[in-house]
Design a protein around this ligand. Structure first.
Ligand SMILES: Cc1cc2nc3c(=O)[nH]c(=O)nc-3n(C[C@H](O)[C@H](O)[C@H](O)COP(=O)(O)OP(=O)(O)OC[C@H]3O[C@@H](n4cnc5c(N)ncnc54)[C@H](O)[C@@H]3O)c2cc1C
Length: 247
């Protein structure tokens, strides 16, 4: 990558929790898109070039904008889905086609185009084994975390509950199933099948699937989903310190 693309001036050095490394917080960095593809009907995967000293933790996100004059100041948060050691960066982004926003514009962004990555941040970081609960594109931080745990052979003992409207919305279902096996539980709120009964992750569902509420819970999805689940988990005995969430 050319040096002028990398603005290293104002970025402080920070410690990376759990790793014997530090990360440079770049104010912004312009990166080329290497590859794109659709992984569901409305989720597009972007592979970007990665500078050799670019560091992130599994579960972290970054504010991204499109390097076009009218779009470069429109920052939106997206989550790294690959491993920090990979020599590329990967994002899986749900495209909102009915709305003139950044994700609609990302539909036209492909190989050779450029994105601007701004500050890295994120509340979701793996502490210890626990129950991961996500909805829709809220799976992205967990995908990076499970890929990381899988590499370290530490997936066992974790449970992932993943809610979607229907089967066609599931992001990386096969890969998650391979890593988690029976501890990967999918639930669908809508299904185009006669007689289908809507299912939700509610109090009864959690009691049926979780034996121990004195463990870590990681929740990621839309705000109402996260806040509802947090409330139910607390009422079932989970400790507020053990609920890690982002929306
Ligand atoms: C920390 C964090 C990490 C995230 N990581 C990811 C990720 O890895 N992958 C991912 O896909 N998403 C992720 N998101 C969500 C993502 O940031 C939003 O989907 C994105 O910002 C939407 O940008 P936009 O400009 O297209 O829409 P905006 O203009 O910002 O609108 C956002 C919301 O508007 C709603 N909307 C849709 N249509 C309309 C309409 N016609 N009128 C008004 N509102 C409408 C959508 O529900 C959407 O959520 C993350 C969010 C956060 C906070």
């Amino acid at each position: 990558m050319e040096d002028e693309k990398l603005n290293k001036e104002a970025g402080p050095i920070v410690e990376v929790p759990g790793e014997n490394k530090t990360a440079q917080l770049y104010p912004h960095i312009i990166l080329q898109v290497l590859e794109t593809s659709y992984i569901t009907h409305d989720v597009k995967r972007f592979v970007l070039e990665k500078p050799s000293d670019y560091i992130f933790n599994p579960g972290q996100s970054v504010n991204i904008s499109i390097n076009l004059p009218e779009w470069k100041n429109e920052l939106r948060p997206f989550t790294f889905t690959n491993l920090p050691d990979d020599d590329y960066l990967e994002f899986m982004i749900k495209i909102y086609r009915d709305h003139n926003g950044v994700t609609q514009k990302l539909e036209s962004i492909n190989k050779g185009d450029e994105l601007i990555l701004h500050d890295i941040f994120g509340a979701i970081q793996y502490k210890e084994n626990g129950v991961f609960i996500s909805a829709g594109s809220g799976i992205t931080p967990f995908l990076s975390i499970f890929r990381y745990l899988n590499k370290k052979k530490r997936v066992k003992g974790n449970i992932l509950i993943y809610s979607n409207k229907d089967h066609s919305d599931v992001i990386m279902g096969e890969s998650l199933h391979t890593m988690l096996k029976d501890n990967f539980i999918t639930i669908f709120t809508r299904e185009n099948v006669v007689g289908f009964i809507e299912k939700r992750i509610d109090r009864d569902f959690l009691i049926d699937h979780i034996k121990n509420f004195k463990q870590n819970f990681y929740i990621c999805g839309p705000e109402s989903f996260v806040l509802d689940l947090k409330k139910i988990l607390l009422s079932l005995g989970a400790s507020v310190d053990n609920i890690i969430f982002e929306y």
